[in-house]
Design a protein around this ligand. Sequence first.
Ligand code: NAD
Length: 286
Amino acid sequence: MKSLEDIHRIAVIGAGTMGQGIAQVAAQAGHEVLLYDVSADMLALAQKLIDKNLTKAVELGKLRAEEKEASLQRIRVAHDLTSLQVDLVIEAIVEKLEVKQKLFASLEAINSPETIFASNTSSIPITQIAAGLKHPERVVGMHFFNPAHIMKLVEVISGADTHKSVAQLVADLSLKWGKKPVFAQDAPGFIVNRVARHYYVESLKLVEENVTDFATVDRLLESSGFKMGPFRLMDLIGVDTNFSVTSSMFASFHYEAKFRPSRIQQQKVDAGHHGRKTGKGFYTYE
Ligand code: NAD
């Protein structure tokens, strides 16, 4: 099994909302980062947004200009999955079990059995992601929060076969990166998303039942102490991603009504109103 000192080269797979921040954090911590996505456009956008984040940090006096340049130099985009021979993979692609399983199977074929496979899944049990792999003991949940370059919490999730040392290594690495790791056993939605699901689902129900409108729900929740109202938060997360997470948990909990995805949210997804990343979700963005 690998130890903390063995983690040099990292592949971040998926250059969307989460992959961008994770790649930035890993590069700032001194790792060589290979950023891969099926979409060349997303890779280009990710490089632009990481540059923007780091520039802002320099302007705020939190980072030296040389550190920004060095971090950017450490991130290389990869256009070919077969080039990803690394010490650690952090997967941040779509929240779909079959797609994640297929990706890890491809990566297993080209990496040593020692390479650690971490998934940033919000809800899919790690045991299911690892099922079918030759080495399920190296698969672990490494669940960052959005925005990943700012939020401190990382849930470290062990599946049924995850080796203790793998979970420990990922927790130690998170600490080294300035994060606050918390261990969790495997369950759909783990800890935070299991509880938070009802924040979204119930708010959507209120609007679906015409009890009130979404902006009022946000305003009331924010004035009662929540940092972000549920609709503003869904726009930040990605309405599509949030919908996939609810759908995955609905299935995992054997279609318990309390996790049923909302028609309003489905419609937003169908219309491409995915939130901040598309310029429009529940709210509109410049
Ligand atoms: P996103 O839609 O912003 O980005 C996903 C990226 O993955 C896209 O750029 C897409 O092109 C790429 N992709 C899809 N299939 C791929 C494949 N087979 N190989 C390589 N790239 C592929 O999604 P996101 O919000 O960054 O979420 C990614 C993961 O992180 C999901 O599992 C999600 O549940 C989890 N997550 C999301 C948040 C959040 O707030 N958005 C927070 C924590 C965890």
